[in-house]
Design a protein around this ligand. Structure first.
Ligand code: SF4
Ligand code: SF4
Length: 467
């Protein structure tokens, strides 16, 4: 079973026989209705599923990770990568997958970039050149991106007192270039909690290029980040992400298969029965903080291989980065459980809905912000189930062919939000925020921005009045 076609036909047959997702995912995922359509066609009419149909199928996955079995999304992604190597990528794909470059270019002359995006003639040209949908609203490009802000801030501040904890902040492209107020809130909220924040050299986590099947660009980003983040870990920093997609990528996707590499297994102590203790890890795309299992070393060496997407990179480095990466909410909740979270929070009188994004769910850490936001006085909070997807899928929701599909996927979640009718939506995913900004009138904030406001309200309340 070597070709993309073989693997996909196998998975379609497997899902068709299983049938569990026939109705389960038909609102939130465009892939499964198509899988069952292809399966039924083959079964009922004996017609072979064509390469064209399979190429269309892989283009429908926005990697929301709602599907219960890992094999299907792994097969879709591997096929997408193989098709790209086989048929090449168009200019439009190469433009849109490099969010790091888009952000840097847009931020060079932000006022001009905003004018070009607002003007109908130039926006039409941009849409045609990059394959974007004209109805997708762009976030406004800020005057100053996060990298410039943090550099300026560092220059204006003296050396800090020796902190108890120190984190290396992985900001992600969307916060860095388009929503710097989220990244600034990260720095301020963590510092409020006595944590030193270091901003290491970094590029895009690689997820957009990974989803476009662009292995070369993905590798370029990953190699750069691995080297920089390894240095940070060696210097005693925990890596912390405010973006759930970056977190999912660094914690989970990057190290998939790494525990099966001899570079790692040769360092493990083997027990009397010939067993080694391994972190529980699927063949690809599973979670890091999820316990361990005992594996028979002979089985491990014979059958399990580090043959995943990133197996050409050091397994030890991938594991080190993954095991030292935390989601910001996860980190703050840990501070809270160790009684180190600053609970001097001021009132915020609002009815809020908290939406936990798909890639947070995949980190298998629960909903840390849901618990933490509950500490803010006056904030009434309604949590939304994790089974909904906003449909945006990062850059996919900007693409001409995927934009209407992304709106269709978001339907159930938007209806749910309208039923709650909150004054504020809190969500940690900026791709979801772009979708909510476009499809609702509710103000949407990252939970870190909500905490920053609440801390500010406390300080304002307790500030001594001048006589
Ligand atoms: S993804 Fe898993 S549970 Fe769903 S239909 Fe396929 S095999 Fe069954
Ligand atoms: S990752 Fe999401 S879009 Fe892709 S197959 Fe799974 S459920 Fe469907």
């Amino acid at each position: 079973m070597n070709s993309a076609e073989d693997r996909l036909r196998y998975e379609i047959n497997y899902c068709g026989n299983c049938d569990v997702c026939r109705n389960l995912l038909d609102h939130s995922c465009l892939v499964f209705p198509e899988i069952f359509k292809l399966y039924d066609k083959k079964k009922e009419r004996g017609e072979e599923i064509s390469t064209g149909e399979l190429r269309r199928l892989v283009g429908l996955c926005n990697f929301c990770a709602l599907c219960p079995c890992l094999n299907i999304r792994e097969a879709l992604l591997k096929a997408k990568t193989e098709y790209r190597e086989r048929y090449g990528a168009g200019f439009k794909t190469r433009v849109i997958e490099d969010v790091d470059r888009i952000g840097r270019l847009g931020g060079t002359l932000p006022q001009l970039s905003n004018l070009l995006l607002q003007n109908k003639v130039t926006r039409d040209w941009i849409d045609r050149t990059a394959g974007l949908h004209r109805a997708r609203e762009f976030p406004e490009i800020p005057k100053e991106d996060f990298s410039k802000w943090i550099k300026r801030r560092k220059e204006n501040r003296g050396p800090a007192a020796e902190p108890k904890r120190k984190v290396a902040y992985f900001a992600g492209c969307t916060a860095k270039f388009f929503f710097p107020e989220v990244a600034k809130s990260f720095v301020e909220v963590f510092e409020m909690n006595g944590v030193e924040v270091y901003y290491p050299k970094q590029k895009c986590c690689g997820m957009p290029a990974f989803l476009e099947g662009g292995i070369k660009l993905t590798m370029k980003f990953v190699e750069y980040n691995l080297s920089s983040l390894m240095e940070a870990v060696a210097a005693g920093y925990d890596i912390v992400c405010s973006c759930p997609t970056c977190g999912y990528f660094l914690k989970s996707i990057l190290k998939a298969g790494a525990y099966h590499s001899p570079e790692y297994t040769d360092t493990l102590a083997v027990s009397d029965g010939g067993y080694v203790k391994l972190p529980r890890d699927g063949p690809i795309l599973s979670s890091v903080h999820d316990g361990t299992s005992l594996v028979w070393v002979e089985f491990l060496r014979t059958y399990l291989k580090d043959d995943g997407y990133f197996s050409s990179l050091s397994a030890r480095e991938r594991i080190t980065v993954a095991e030292n990466t935390y989601d910001a909410g996860e980190y703050l909740l840990r501070l809270y459980s160790e009684e180190e979270f600053d609970t001097r929070l001021g009132p915020l009188s609002a009815r809020a809905a908290y939406y936990p994004p798909c890639h947070l769910r995949e980190q298998k850490i629960g909903k840390p912000y849901y618990h933490l936001l509950g500490l803010i006085p006056g904030l009434s909070l309604e949590g939304i189930d994790e089974i909904y997807c906003c449909g945006n899928g990062g850059i996919m929701g900007f693409k001409k062919y995927f934009y209407p599909l992304s709106i269709r996927i978001s339907g159930r979640l938007i209806t749910k939000l309208k039923m709650i009718d909150p004054q504020l939506i809190a969500t940690d995913c900026l791709s979801c925020r772009i979708q909510f900004n476009q499809l609702t009138t509710y103000k949407t904030l990252h939970p870190l921005e909500v905490f920053k406001e609440s801390y500010g309200n406390y300080q304002a309340q307790t500030k001594p009045h001048k006589a």
